[in-house]
Write a protein that binds this ligand. Structure first.
Ligand SMILES: Cc1ncc(COP(=O)(O)O)c(C=O)c1O
Length: 429
């Protein structure tokens, strides 16, 4: 039944039934977690041949002894892997440590403390701000919040951020110094930016503060669940618009090999890379080249990137199907929520009826199912509609995910019916 067409007495009955079901589940003392998009143990096993692959042969093809210090930009074979992931020339890639988030943090610090490519440091501005397409990735927002950089939420549609809104802010406010973008299989909505959006983003450099940078976090560049969606090249678009300095691209092997010990990449113009290196070389004498060599050998001797990602997809696909089946079976045509079917990435984004997300997360927690806190996908943890919940299906085994999802949909039903009942009671005075 559609929730809006239920009468008050039907809602009362419905609430009773759901509550009985819910109380029964609470007695099971579950302890399930669908909060973070971590690869499962089964996925991590796919890359276990990394261990021991060097067999004491530490020399890279270019002769570098990877055990020693040096090489700020990373091994050339590792940079080539990053170039493959980001579809850019190897010379424009720097290969770092295990986390692209760390590179993003350093890039924000570089802009904030020193400025990119000779531009004024952001800290010299009155109120430096990032544009934040929402819902988005909470850890991007945490970086800004920690450094006191302001954040403006921008609606994220099916083809990318609302570009009218982005252009208006950038044109009218010279203190806009960045935008967070997850252009392919976005975290959490799963959308991929369309060509028009990519082209309009590439033009921002013509109207923005010269220190403005697009943080192009392509974390899910090769993480397809089926046939790949083609993301237009931001690099090509910036070359056409003479705005190459306006973009910094990021990727990593975190969800390709071992999440805790992969390689992260940043790709940018030489002026931007020089600024980054200047900041980073005060902090390190070079990245873990041994691990970089391991990865390079893994993708030449054991598998190809494409073949490897197919194996990930075959593990992940049934989990996404499980989530979507639960949502469709329990909530399809109920008016209790909306969701998209992602074609890649790590998340399913669910929107409850406005005002219900916190209640759903609370009910699920009391029933032993941990969800990402409501609001986490918005700057400052503030979802003005209290509606968005990010579901991360990758980590738990399928049976646990199945149980967690039956609890989730029950909590959505219960919170929605209780809210609707309260609305009907208020309306009837
Ligand atoms: C959009 C996005 N960027 C970055 C990361 C983290 O990447 P890394 O492990 O390379 O730091 C994640 C992890 O969930 C993510 O979803």
């Amino acid at each position: 039944m559609h929730i809006e067409s239920a009468t008050s007495s039907q809602l009362v009955e419905w609430e009773k039934e759901l509550s009985v079901h819910y109380e029964r589940i609470c007695q099971h003392e579950l302890s399930l977690d669908i909060t973070r998009g971590k690869p499962s143990a089964e996925q991590l096993h796919l890359s276990d041949k990394l261990d021991g692959i060097l067999a004491t042969d530490y020399r890279a093809a270019d002769g570098t002894d990877t055990r020693n210090y040096g090489g700020m930009t990373g091994l050339s074979c590792a940079r080539a892997l990053g170039a493959d992931l980001l579809q850019v020339p190897t010379e424009e890639v720097m290969a770092g440590g295990n986390s692209s988030l760390t590179l993003m943090y350093h890039a924000v610090l570089t802009g904030y403390l020193f400025g990119f490519a000779g531009n004024v440091p952001w800290r010299a501005l009155e109120s430096p701000k990032f544009l934040c397409p929402v819902p988005g990735y909470d850890r991007h927002f945490t970086i800004c919040e920690q450094l006191g950089i302001g954040m403006l939420a921008i609606p994220l549609g099916k083809g990318g951020p609302d570009m009218e809104c982005v252009e208006k802010h950038v044109r009218e406010d010279g203190d806009i110094i960045g935008i967070w973008c997850v252009p392919k299989y976005a975290n959490p909505t799963g959308i991929t930016y369309n060509r028009e959006t990519v082209e309009r983003l590439a033009q921002l450099g013509q109207i923005a503060n010269p220190g403005f940078r697009i943080f192009w976090d392509n974390a899910y560049a090769v993480h397809d669940l089926g046939p790949s969606i083609n993301l237009a090249s931001i690099r090509a678009a910036t070359l056409e618009n003479d705005t190459v300095d306006s973009v910094l691209q990021f990727a990593s092997t975190s969800k390709v090999t071992h999440a805790g010990s992969g390689i992260a990449f940043v790709s940018a113009s030489s002026a931007n890379l020089d600024s980054l290196k200047l900041q980073m070389q005060a902090m390190t004498i070079g990245p873990d080249k041994v691990n970089q060599l391991r990865h390079s050998r893994f993708f030449t001797e054991c598998t190809t990137l494409e073949e490897h990602m197919h194996k990930h997809a075959s593990i992940l696909k049934p989990k996404f199907e499980c989530v979507l089946e639960h949502l469709q079976n329990a909530l399809g045509d109920s008016g209790m929520g909306q969701w998209e079917k992602p074609r890649g990435g790590y998340f399913v984004s669910f929107n409850t009826r406005p005002g219900c997300a916190k209640a759903v997360v609370g009910l699920a927690a009391d029933a032993g199912v941990k969800l990402t806190p409501a609001g986490a996908t918005f700057p400052y943890g503030n979802d003005p509609e209290d509606s968005n919940i990010r579901i991360a299906p990758s980590f738990p085994p399928l049976e646990e995910l199945d149980t967690a999802m039956s609890v989730f949909v029950l909590c959505v039903q219960l919170a929605s019916v209780r809210q609707r009942l309260a609305q009907c009671r208020n309306a009837s005075g």
